[in-house]
Design a binder for this molecule. Structure first.
Ligand code: NAD
Ligand code: TDX
Length: 331
């Protein structure tokens, strides 16, 4: 199969490329990525000779069209992905996540190609901290931030193209990923690299907000499960039962890194901060037989800490700029 992986130089996209080469050998992979601040070719350095790489944006319909024409399947990871950035500068979120997805849809429609679109649980907004509710594929769309609204918009476009034009597309909505190659603006790698830099990590608000953590390899396995066995037109939620509040996650990282639990800074909360995300992944588990391989968050986190310890050359060049941006926001 010829796979076109958009956004393949980002966190999940790069992990998907590595996962595919290791666990699903025999496919031809072309990565198409704009190399924004979040894209990093170093994440693909080890597989440079096994893939093709084209730099460009999914909003460029002409280049995209020629790449889609040559592919069998498109997996669309390309997106602006950081909530905090979407609050200060929403424009690229609308451009890439909405207009870019529209261009991807038009290209797959024109050439009759299969699409798998990567979405997020954030399209559903948030859940109360104490409610027993979980998101399902039927939960109403109630996005809170410019980021999640742009991802929700993209999903609605995909659904309309399925219904109106009959494109062969599937969508997956995953919970919070962690693992190697995640940009250090995000919570877990920011916390780890702060500790490695001798700076106490930043906890937003009261730290009670809950996220549902999944190891990125389990997400990649779920995407392959959907590519191989998913029903065209369907959406599948992906989650591994990894709910934890931010204060607990930070305390675990501090413990694993030999720091006291209160070695942290309480900083200003995120505007409109979603309280809780929790996924019900029954459909993916029961219909397609997916199960997560990572059983222990503690072990997955320890392995992730080791990865950042041994890959300082990957993240260190960006640390100062990332923290300078946070400092402006008091975070
Ligand atoms: P990331 O920010 O690490 O990577 C995004 C990649 O997309 C980068 O390589 C970037 O250069 C590229 N890109 C950005 N704009 C582009 C454009 N216009 N054209 C082409 N490439 C462009 O993001 P990630 O965490 O790997 O997320 C990948 C996908 O998974 C996104 O669609 C995101 O919404 C979704 N998702 C992420 C998570 C998570 O926890 N990280 C959870 C659920 C869903
Ligand atoms: O320094 C921090 N301190 C902190 O307390 C940072 C960066 C974050 N936080 C909190 C905010 C959130 O409650 O940690 C939680 C996780 O924050 P992020 O890593 O920014 O992730 P989140 O906003 O939950 O969104 C992530 O999951 C869903 C991804 O970035 C999205 O792309 C994905 O769709």
């Amino acid at each position: 199969m010829k796979l076109l992986v958009t956004g393949g130089a980002g966190f999940i996209g790069a992990n998907f490329v590595h996962y595919t080469l290791e666990r699903r050998p025999g496919h031809q992979i072309t990565v198409y990525d704009a190399l924004t601040y979040a894209g990093n070719r170093e994440s693909l350095a080890a597989v440079e000779r096994d893939i093709s790489f084209v730099q460009g944006t999914i909003t460029d319909g002409v280049v995209l069209d020629s790449l889609v024409a040559q592919a069998d399947v498109v997996v669309n990871f390309a997106a602006e992905t950081h909530n905090d950035n979407s609050l200060t500068e929403p424009s690229p979120f609308v451009e890439t996540n909405v207009v870019g997805t529209f261009r991807v849809l038009e290209a797959v429609r024109r050439h009759g190609k299969r699409l798998h679109h990567i979405s997020t649980d954030e399209v559903f907004g948030d859940l109360e901290l104490t409610s027993p509710d979980r998101f399902t594929e039927d939960s109403p769309y109630r996005p809170s931030s410019p980021y999640s609204a742009s991802k929700a918009s993209a999903d609605l476009l995909v659904r309309a193209w399925i219904r109106s034009y009959g494109i062969r597309a599937t969508v997956s909505g995953c919970s919070n990923n962690y693992g190697p190659f995640q940009h250090i603006e995000k919570f877990i790698p920011r916390t780890i690299t702060n500790v490695l830099s001798g700076v106490p990590p930043s906890l937003y608000g009261d730290g009670r907000n809950v996220r549902d953590w999944i190891h990125v390899e389990d997400h990649c396995a779920a995407i392959w499960t959907i590519l191989e066995r998913g029903r065209p037109g369907e959406t599948y939620l992906v989650g591994a039962g990894g709910e934890a509040d931010n204060a607990t996650v930070m305390a675990l990282i501090l413990e694993l890194m030999g720091k006291p639990p209160d070695w942290r800074r309480h900083v200003v909360d995120r505007a409109g901060h979603d309280l809780r995300y929790t996924i019900d992944a029954s459909k993916l588990r029961s219909e397609l037989g997916w199960t997560p391989a990572y059983r222990s968050f503690r072990d997955g986190l320890a392995a992730t800490i080791s990865w950042y310890e041994s890959h300082a050359s990957w993240w260190r060049p960006f640390k100062q700029d990332v923290e300078a941006r946070y400092a402006v926001q008091g975070q």
